[in-house]
Design a protein around this ligand. Structure first.
Ligand SMILES: *[C@@H]1O[C@H](CO)[C@@H](O)[C@H](O)[C@H]1NC(C)=O
Ligand SMILES: *[C@@H]1O[C@H](CO)[C@@H](O)[C@H](O)[C@H]1NC(C)=O
Length: 494
């Protein structure tokens, strides 16, 4: 077959078109990072940092001023402003392709990637820029990049020249204990966390690899996550300017922002599983677990509370409420002349370290059955449930012949009271639960009872409690801590 010249030209044109099409399609499918590293980008001094603005109030902010100040230094500066929902009143952002507003709330008419800010960050670094900052000298972000590359930290920060510039803090986060401990940092300028206004710069891949990179308040959230990973932050002496028209200038706006900040912070700590924050000097902040809130773990199945499966111990607020309930119940029993003693896991905790075992979920006391009538609350509980004047609930347990005192009507953290009676020198009872420690024992352990520190007060305990415990749980039980049901879940991970 012979081609005419025209046919040949047409075929060539089609082939060329196809090649061009394939080339562009190939470009489109390159991963973002390799595109960012394309020669055009790397050979020029194009921006290596995206300015990410997350911390601002929609109702009163200086975000447009912040964005303008960066565009004045470099019109190509990428800026991503992140909000949960469309800010109202609307943000007056410049209409240029390198400034984007990203909404985290998924919308029916947008693909999922549209609500993920990492979709819009193509640079190697991000600078987390709080509202109220502006830049006035060129190359501030570049200097932070150089400091990050030179220093041994994953994060660098620069203070903002506001009334509340950044300060260095030490921070220990324990997921197992649900706690965050802050203290002034011993080794400036390397810190675990910052307090006050700062710009923080880190690698984009580190930032978006955090568990909740964009959770607010960004400062609290960021450093809880980085401190847990052992990443420190270096505080540089490269201050950013404060906005000329600072946000939240009126008392009302500040009041509103503080109120919303507190709500956000409580929600954040709840979501990240921090229930107790402590500060140098002993100030404590508790989250969750009041008389009005429900118990922060569900019905315990197989003696193994849900938090143990999450690799965590009893939330500190629950331990506190258990201590309070135990101390109160013991006070009522002593005042009424009811003989009681620490039982089971509670005695074990007292013997080990004078407190509730850090993963225990209730408190157990033994009582003399014949003394029950001495105590008004227990008499009441025999007939039905009694809410006493302090809000504790006394009732007969549904599981068997014992009493239960709940922290409140809503919060079912509890102390169990197990009535025993002597028969031929042996303490016994009529209902038994299927627990190893739920066995008869010689009455001489109770003659006499001995004082033992427990949960912040002094409780009565069986004499010779080491032998008592070994009789109930087996030899070596004090020295070898174990979860309540090692067959389901073991402390040693076995
Ligand atoms: C963090 O833990 C270390 C080691 O246990 C301790 O020396 C330091 O004081 C703790 N810091 C804070 C702020 O609690
Ligand atoms: C993200 O974090 C995980 C550990 O949390 C780590 O194994 C992984 O290498 C990190 N990925 C990047 C890209 O840094």
């Amino acid at each position: 077959m012979r081609l005419t010249r025209c046919q040949a030209a047409l075929a060539a044109a089609i082939t060329l078109n196809l090649l061009v099409l394939f080339y562009f399609s190939w470009l489109q499918h390159q991963p973002r990072n390799s595109r960012a590293r394309s020669p055009r980008r790397a050979s020029t001094t194009g921006p290596r940092v995206t300015v990410l603005v997350r911390e601002f109030e929609a109702f009163d902010n200086a975000v447009p001023e912040l964005v303008d100040s960066f565009l004045q230094q470099d019109p190509a500066q990428p800026v991503v402003v992140v909000a949960d929902t469309l800010p109202y009143p609307p943000l007056a952002l410049p209409r240029v392709p390198n400034v984007r507003l990203v909404l985290l709330q998924p919308a029916l008419d947008r693909p999922a990637a549209a609500s993920r800010p990492e979709t819009y960050v193509a640079t190697e670094f991000v600078a987390l820029m709080p509202d109220g900052a502006r830049t006035e000298s060129p190359g501030q972000l570049e200097r932070m990049v150089e400091a990050l590359r030179a220093g041994g930290t994953r994060l660098v920060a620069a203070p903002i020249a506001t009334a509340n510039p950044a300060r260095c803090l030490a921070l220990n986060v324990s997921l197992r204990e649900w706690t965050a401990h802050y203290a002034p940092a011993p080794a400036m300028p390397r810190c675990d966390a910052l307090d006050g206004d700062a710009v923080v710069l880190l690698r984009t891949r580190d930032f978006f690899n955090l568990s909740a990179p964009l959770a607010r308040p960004l400062g609290s959230s960021l450093f809880l996550q980085t401190a847990l990973r052992g990443w420190s932050v270096q505080l540089l002496a490269l201050p950013f300017s404060a906005a000329r028209q600072p946000p939240l200038a009126t008392a009302h706006a500040r009041w509103k922002a503080e109120r919303e900040g507190r709500t956000r912070r409580a929600a954040l700590l709840h979501a990240l599983g921090i229930r107790l924050v402590s500060w140098a000097g002993g100030r404590l902040e508790w989250f969750g677990c009041g008389k009005e809130s429900t118990r922060c773990f569900g019905t315990v199945v197989g003696d193994t509370p849900s938090y143990l499966y999450e690799g965590r111990w009893t939330p500190p607020c629950c331990l506190r409420a258990l201590r309070e309930t135990a101390r109160y119940v013991v006070g009522v029993l002593e005042a009424a002349g009811v003989r009681y003693w620490l039982e089971g896991g509670s005695l074990l905790g007292a013997a080990r370290h004078g407190d509730i075992i850090p993963w225990d979920y209730d408190v157990d006391l033994g009582i003399y059955l014949e003394d029950v009538g001495n105590c008004e609350q227990l008499r009441g509980a025999e007939a039905g449930s009694v809410v006493d004047e302090r809000g504790f609930v006394w009732e007969k347990a549904v599981e068997g012949d014992f009493f239960r005192v709940q922290y409140s009507e809503t919060n079912h953290l509890h102390v169990d009271l197990w009535p025993f009676y002597p028969r031929n020198g042996v303490m016994t009872k009529d209902t038994w639960l299927d627990h190893r420690q739920d066995v008869e024992f010689p009455e001489h352990f109770l003659q006499p009872l001995v004082p033992l520190p427990f949960a912040g007060f002094v409780a009565q305990a069986p004499n010779n409690y080491r032998r008592f415990l070994e009789l109930k749980f087996g030899p070596g039980v004090i020295e070898n801590p174990e979860y309540p049901n090692p067959a389901l879940l073991s402390l040693t991970g076995g």
